[in-house]
Design a protein around this ligand. Structure first.
Ligand SMILES: Nc1ncnc2c1ncn2[C@@H]1O[C@H](COP(=O)(O)OP(=O)(O)O)[C@@H](O)[C@H]1O
Ligand SMILES: [Mg+2]
Length: 388
């Protein structure tokens, strides 16, 4: 029986805690606000600012966990190296969490050190540097703050006039003390996938889930589906890249490795060393183990013999439309009545426009067309309305 300190208590954390509860682990869930989804199912909770190193030190000392499991990026991850030295297992590793907190560390590791194919890129720390970087990378290009997630501060530059606007937008959307952006050539991809990759302890092999397709809007995914359409050649290439980058980061656990599929092959995009939001599709029972169960088993050094695709599945997000301190849900009964359809409501205490509050899950036999499964999820998600 282990004690796990979960840093970040959103919907992904909640499903992870439920998986851990099922096999008798003890969880303390942490976030910046009370009654966060994962706190509702954990043994205990802490409310702190996770970017504050002293606060992190305090709760780590207080709970003395066996494992620290980050659920988000916005954590003072520099502290993780010390926790590792103290004998606490940081999941999947202090390096993995620290490198992926900042787009620069992971991108340079992937492109320069490991030679993975990525979009051409530069960095900039001022509007002047951005001008120069854009000239080098070319238009169109995508600008992202180094420290940001969910599309915050991210924009596409389509002409010279967009450059200043893009810089100011990035400054506003940036988290952390220094403002620096990455400028990436725009990849005209045909589709994008998340390749859930599970690394294991004790010399056991790295395993891959069937690729997950997804569609992004305003920086967040709207629908995801499994399996995504991909050629064998592209899939092998993506698996090879995922194996290399996860090995370089070290540790055991699940990684969401994101790729673009373009006419000229597969591009590595980014990676999260934890369950991925698009991987919620695995809650539809598409696999023998969902992504949260896989993460947990890998962390606890429980051998995973294989990952099998059992069904086709899709997920579609349920978004709030307005601010509320008492969100209520209508249309759930209509969704419940649909065949081969399930849902999750995350139990977030407040809503705001576009906040993800739940997800609809659909599944069907492996010979069903994936488009049909996605369409059903999308249609069902639209039946739910959130009222204040
Ligand atoms: N270089 C690029 N070319 C084309 N589209 C991109 C590029 N970079 C990002 N995107 C689009 O923006 C989305 C979010 O970018 P990503 O780097 O994954 O940031 P985040 O950390 O916010 O998820 C991607 O899933 C993709 O749809
Ligand atoms: Mg992403």
């Amino acid at each position: 029986m282990s004690k796990i300190l979960l840093l970040g208590s959103g919907e992904l954390g909640k499903e992870f805690v439920i998986a851990a509860q099922r096999i008798g682990q003890t969880i303390i869930a942490v976030d910046s606000y009370e009654n966060a989804p994962a706190m509702q199912v954990a043994h205990g909770f802490e409310v702190i600012n996770m970017l504050d190193g002293a606060e992190l030190d305090r709760i780590v000392a207080k709970h003395n966990p066996d494992f620290i499991v980050p659920e988000i990026e916005a954590i003072r991850t520099e502290r993780f190296y010390d926790y590792e030295k103290q004998g606490i297992t940081v999941v999947p590793s202090a390096k993995a969490a620290n490198f992926t907190m900042n787009r620069k560390a992971i991108r340079d590791l992937a492109a320069k050190e490991l030679g993975l194919k990525t979009a051409n890129y530069r960095y900039a720390t001022s509007a002047e540097e951005l001008q120069k970087a854009v000239a080098e990378v070319g238009i169109p290009c995508v600008i992202k703050p180094l420290m940001s997630s969910s599309g915050k501060g991210q924009s596409t530059i389509k002409s010279q006039e967009d450059i200043i606007k893009a810089w100011n937008y990035a400054v506003e959307g940036s988290r952390g003390d220094v403002v620096e952006v990455i400028v990436e050539a725009f990849v005209k991809f045909n589709s994008e996938i998340t390749l859930l990759t599970v690394t294991q302890n004790n010399g056991l092999p790295t395993l891959f889930c069937a690729p997950i397709g997804h569609r992004q809007e305003r920086g967040d995914y709207q629908e995801s589906w499994q399996p995504a359409r991909i050629s064998d050649k592209d899939l092998f290439e993506a698996q090879d890249m995922a194996e290399k980058v996860t090995e370089a980061l070290g540790g055991a656990g699940i990684f969401g490795v994101e790729f673009f599929l373009a006419d000229d092959g597969v591009y590595f995009s980014e990676l999260s060393p934890r369950p991925h939001d698009t991987g919620m599709v695995t809650l539809a029972g598409t696999q023998n183990f969902n992504e949260f169960e896989l993460h947990l088993r890998a962390i606890l050094s429980l051998p995973i013999f294989e990952i099998t695709l059992e069904k086709k599945g899709a997920s579609a997000v349920i978004l709030a439309a307005e601010n509320s301190n008492h969100p209520t849900y209508a249309g759930i009964d209509t969704v419940a009545a649909l065949p081969k359809t399930d849902f999750r409501i995350f139990g977030k205490p407040t809503s705001r426009p576009y906040r993800r509050m739940g997800v609809v899950l659909t599944s069907d036999t492996l010979d069903t067309s994936i488009e049909e499964v996605v369409e059903r999820a999308k249609t069902a998600a639209q039946l739910v309305t959130i009222n204040s």
